[in-house]
Design a binder for this molecule. Sequence first.
Ligand code: BGC
Length: 252
Amino acid sequence: MTLLGIDIGGTGIKGAPVDVETGTLLAERFRIPTPQPSLPNSVADVVGQIAAHFDYRGPTGITFPAIVKKGVIFSAANVDESWIGTHASDLFSTHVGGPVEVVNDADAAGIAEMRFGAGRDRDGVVILLTLGTGIGSAIFLNGQLLPNTEFGHLKIRGKDAEKRASEKVREDKDMTWRAWSKHFNEYLCEMEALFSPDLFIIGGGASKKAAKFLPHLKTKTEVLIVPAQMQNEAGIIGAAYLAKHLAAPPAG
Ligand code: BGC
């Protein structure tokens, strides 16, 4: 079954058709910069352009970088505040011409990694952290997601973790990998102390450069830390996968 997946990020909105049985992209992803300001109607227009690019009308899975419950947005850390209270799935479905499932971006990436990537067949407590404009989190127990965890906002030295250790912070402050890894490692150790995970998966933009920072990371109980396997495609794949239930069952 092929469904469209769209990943809305702080800087870019990317989409591609996805084979939701195998978790693979069926065409090269198409990216449009996120409109600034990222107002609901402007973002929804871009979502429509991505569906049109693939000549697609139908069930679509869309990630959003905020708390999402039953299609409604409840927070806005890295997007325009006017999103709070917006019924995103209704808004987007008028632009893609089909039903839409909207899901938190890190939750979607986590689902994709657990089904098809670095977390496959992993039981116990698995924590996926995405490093991008912010820090996203997804926590699984025996493959089951606890949705909408917001651990990028855990306070470290009095500041949101994502304001000290996201990929954007590293770039904006021109930090060396070693200096940035210290910040990120402090955050990992705090997460370790709170959740005793069996595995950390590091995703988002920075996961492409895992070789630069993984050697600098070490938690107290030496929790296994691995890079995400689907890197920047995880959100698109996870969103499409989570939209499966919107598709009509095959006839016969
Ligand atoms: C948001 C999360 C999101 C994360 C990654 C945070 O600022 O609060 O909902 O998952 O950024 O985009």
